[in-house]
Write a protein of this length. Structure first.
Length: 95
């Protein structure tokens, strides 16, 4: 029982760390901090973080999608459409 709770907690910490990592990477590419500015790569990082539940990344993707801020390849999977819908709704809620 205790071992499974510990595993669950460490999994949550690791997932949060990955969310944050991809979000920060996205910011770096979006703003050109330490890397060449690349909005397409920023979008990929934000999508990865958003898919892991990062709220700010979800907002970023919704914003980028609404204002055609970056080139995005067509989303083909149902889960991609669902994630994009969540991101757009997150952006609308903030406004």
């Amino acid at each position: 029982m205790i071992i499974s709770q510990g595993f669950s907690l460490s999994h949550q910490v690791m997932t949060y760390g990955l969310q944050r990592f991809f979000y920060e990477q996205g910011l770096s590419y979006e703003e050109g901090r330490g890397v060449e500015r690349d909005l397409e790569e920023a979008a990929r990082c934000f999508l990865e973080a958003a898919g892991k539940g990062h709220i700010q990344a979800q907002y970023k993707i919704g914003y980028m999608h609404k204002y055609k801020y970056y080139f995005i390849k067509p989303l083909t999977s149902p889960s991609s459409f669902k994630l994009l819908k969540v991101c757009i709704m997150r952006m609308v809620m903030v406004w």
